[in-house]
Every structure is written in C-alpha cells, then in structure tokens.
Design a protein around this ligand. Structure first.
Ligand SMILES: *Cc1c(COP(=O)(O)O)cnc(C)c1O
Length: 422
C-alpha cells in the first residue's frame, strides 16, 4: 500500500484541487494575517486560536475554515435582517471553527458589531486574541473572574437577584460596569424571569453600578410560543422604558429567528450556526430562502485500500459483511475527531468527485467506506467527511443521514485538530 512521494504529490494536486493544495495554502487569504494573529495571541495552535499550515503529507484529520464562505454567510444574515448589526455567537470554540480563527475572520466584516460567548474563559480568550469589538458574556461570571472580565471590558449578563450588589462588590473601583440585561421569557434556562423583572430592573438602575448597553432574551424556537415570548419581552421593555430605565439595544434572534421571525430582529441579531453555514431548523426551507455555505470542512487522507472477499466483515461488532468482493478504504478519522458514530446509518464521505457510504462501526480514530468495484481510490487521497465538497457532506446532510444534530456536528469537532484558513 505504499506510494512513492512523487505519485503522492501528483495526487494531492489532482485530487485536492480547491482544498488542501500546499501552494494554495501558502497563498491563502488570511494565512498571513492568521499567522500575525498567532504571534499576537501567543496561544497554542490546538485550541483554534490561530491558523496553522498543514504539512502536505498529513494524513490525520484537519479542519479547513473557509473565509469566503464566512463572508457569504455574514452577507446572508445582513440581507435577511435588513442590515441589522450582528452580535456573532462564537461559543464552544466558535462552533468548531476555532475561536481565534473565526473571530479574526469575522472581525474583518463591518456587519459584525461584536461577539457573544457563554463561558467566561472564552470571553477572556477573545480579548487575549486581540479582538477589540464588544464581547458579551451570556453565561455566569464567577466572583474570581469578575475583576479580569471587567478589566478586559467584557460585557456581563445581569440576571441574578443580587447582581446589583455582588458584581460591584468584587470590582470596587470600576466605575459603571458595562453589561446587558438578560430576561427569561420562557426558556427557564438563563435570565431574570420576566414576571418579576421590573422591580429588579428599577433596583439595578438605582444602583448606578452598570452601564446597560443591551437587553436580551432567548427563544424556545417553538414558533407560536416564540411570539408569546417576544410579547412578554416587549411588555417588560415598554414599562421599563416608560420609567426611564436605560436598556440599551434589544436583541433576541438567533439563527432560527433570523430566518423565521422577522419581528424579532429588533436592534441587533445574535446568530451562531448560520454564520458558520449550518441551517438552524428546516434546512430545505431555509436554503430556499437564502443559501448558506459551510465554513468548515473536516478532512483527512486515505490510509488503506483493500479488497474484501465475500463474507469478510468490517469493524467492531461486524455490522457490515461483504455480500461479494468489494473494495474498502480506511480513513484515519473517527468519533474522537467529532465525526458522528451514527454515520454508519447512511452518511457518505467525498473522495475526489465521488461519495462513498460509511460502513461498519465508526471507531475512535478510524472509519471505513465502501468503494464497491471502484479501485481508483488510493492511499493519500483527500477525503472530505464534512464540508462543502458535495451536497452529501454538507453538515446538515451528514446530520440527517447520521441521525445527529447539526449543532453537535459543528460543536463536537475536536478542538485539538489543526485549523487552516482557505
Ligand atoms: C447559542 C446561542 C445563540 C446562537 O444560536 P444559533 O442557533 O446557533 O444561531 C444565541 N443566543 C444564545 C443565548 C445562545 O446560547
């Protein structure tokens, strides 16, 4: 199964066109700036804080982040929301793209008004990466992290009864602390419940501890109830504003709201997955409204091609048994990289211009695909497991065929895999 170096490189050039070409990588837009960015951040490559170069002979999985696709998706969100400023949600390693890589690419767009994360460490990491747009922490700010969060100008989310005392007590000389008010209108997850928010808002305002630059809520994404939630939000907002309480800019819509609830676009929109090219709820309908481009690809190179005899079985549990002679390729990627175990239910992998069915249980670091009578795949060929190569590997399609969630696919991409910008 060994191939000589020359043949390998020829294959890289022919098979990898438009993807992992070494020459293209060297010249990739964003490559130089990503390296500059890396130098500024001083953070390790393996958290996606910076883009790296992928050695041309890398077989193990890597992730490609597509700057043009991101730009396209930012444009789509802007168009769907009539140019509303976008608070880009980059939680959980920017949905797998790599926090620093994604933030730097997104910050190149004027439409991106700021970033939102859920974990306080991500808020700090954004700042350490050199991001200077507003950063909103939508999760809890632990006492011990408050001084650093405030010093880093991270906007906190106010939602607990004692926030007007707890937060200023931990950062005594900070002046007014920038924050957004988080209201719970029906998720029962985070936020101050709307039905007891008014006296609390009055208290917050009277404390003069905060500079409130925004007020927000999150939808359950159940269409009829979303409208009820929005009405609850608007009623609290209306009364508070009548009382002269400053609420800043209002925001509520995630990607689902961007597509399906125009009345919720308010003054800012707050999408995550749509920016990265995943359809949030109803892929076919959403694609017909405005097509998104997957901004992330999971790739690797074939490490084994072998011909099975009739009756030969594949992988743990022997769920696949060859009905006749067939070629099978092994890919060095598995569930540890974020590829779903459920792929065996019908997901396909693209190699060259063809897609092949995943067979046998997906193991931690390997998976197998059925080539049938087609022996043209060779060791060293680039395989795309997720991405834009063909419809079959679009993240929404892989989610459907592997009985998984497109959110899981994005967010479970292994953060330690190298990211390159293409
Ligand atoms: C994750 C998240 C978003 C973004 O959701 P998408 O469906 O990815 O657009 C927005 N707001 C909050 C509070 C979130 O947790």
């Amino acid at each position: 199964m060994s191939i000589d170096r020359r043949r390998f490189l020829e294959r890289v050039v022919t098979v990898g066109a438009g993807s992992a070409l070494p020459g293209r990588l060297a010249a990739a837009p964003g490559g130089a700036s990503a390296r500059r960015f890396a130098a500024a951040s001083g953070l390790p490559a393996d958290t996606g804080q910076r883009a790296v170069q992928i050695p041309e002979d890398r077989f193990d999985a890597w992730i490609e982040v597509d700057a043009d696709a991101l730009a396209h998706n930012v444009g789509v969100v802007s168009r769907l929301t009539s140019g509303r400023p976008i608070l880009a949600v980059v939680k959980n390693n920017a949905y797998g793209l790599g926090l620093g890589v994604a933030a730097e690419l997104l910050a190149a767009h004027d439409a991106i008004a700021g970033f939102a994360v859920v974990k306080s460490e991500d808020a700090i990491a954004l700042r350490e990466s050199g991001v200077d747009r507003p950063v909103l922490l939508m999760g809890y700010a632990p006492d011990a992290a408050l001084p650093e969060l405030v010093a880093s100008r991270v906007r906190l989310s106010l939602y607990l009864d004692d926030d007007a005392r707890r937060i200023p007590d931990r950062v005594p000389s900070a002046g007014r602390i920038p924050a957004h008010v988080y209201l719970d209108t029906g998720m029962s997850r985070m936020g101050m419940p709307y039905h007891r928010a008014l006296p609390w808002l009055t208290d917050l305002a009277e404390s003069e501890a905060f500079s409130v630059t925004g007020t927000f809520m999150a939808f359950t994404e159940e269409t009829d109830f979303d409208r009820e939630q929005l009405a609850r939000f608007q009623s609290v907002v209306g009364v508070a504003r009548e009382r002269g309480i400053e609420l800043g800019r209002l925001h509520a819509a995630s990607s689902n709201g961007v597509y399906h609830l125009p009345e919720a676009h308010l003054e800012l929109v707050r999408p995550g997955i749509a920016l990265f090219g995943g359809y949030p709820s109803r892929p076919e309908e959403e694609r017909a409204v405005a097509e998104l481009h997957p901004a992330v690809s999971l790739k690797c190179r074939v490490v084994r091609v072998e011909r099975l005899r009739e009756g030969d079985s594949v992988s743990y549990g022997r769920s696949y048994v060859a009905e006749g002679p067939t070629w099978v390729a092994t890919l060095p990627a598995g569930h540890v990289d974020g590829y779903p175990r459920g792929a065996v239910r019908g997901a396909r992998v693209a190699i060259g211009d063809t897609t092949y069915r995943v067979i046998g249980a997906v193991s931690a670091s390997h998976l197998m695909v059925e080539l049938g009578a087609d022996p043209s795949v060779a060791v060293g060929d680039v395989a795309t497991l997720l991405g834009s190569a063909t419809e079959a590997v679009h993240p929404n399609e892989v989610a459907r065929t592997s009985d998984s969630s497109v959110y899981d696919l994005f967010m479970h991409l292994d953060p330690t895999l190298p990211r390159i910008v293409v």
